[in-house]
Write a new protein. Structure first.
Length: 89
């Protein structure tokens, strides 16, 4: 059962990272592996931020998990672009 949750997080993270990179305009610079990493790290960031505001992240279901990963991925990519100074190509 643990392996299914890991596979699900990779799939959700990959989709969220890919869509987040499309939204933030960084898709040309990222491959599938980086999209997965951005989505998973974005999920951690989004979950942490939502929990700070009192949102129950754990019982939200798959759709809320995806939205959490997507929001965190966009936030992560925004700060990476801000720090590195990369503009849209």
């Amino acid at each position: 059962m643990l392996s299914m949750s890991i596979i699900a997080w990779i799939i959700i993270g990959g989709l969220a990272g890919w869509i987040g990179s499309k939204v933030m305009g960084t898709d040309a610079q990222q491959g599938i592996l980086l999209n997965i990493v951005v989505g998973i790290v974005g999920g951690l960031i989004g979950g942490w931020l939502f929990s700070l505001f009192g949102v129950d992240v754990e019982s939200g279901g798959w759709l809320f998990s995806f939205v959490t990963c997507l929001a965190g991925a966009c936030l992560l990519l925004f700060f990476v672009k801000l720090v590195t100074g990369r503009s849209r190509v």
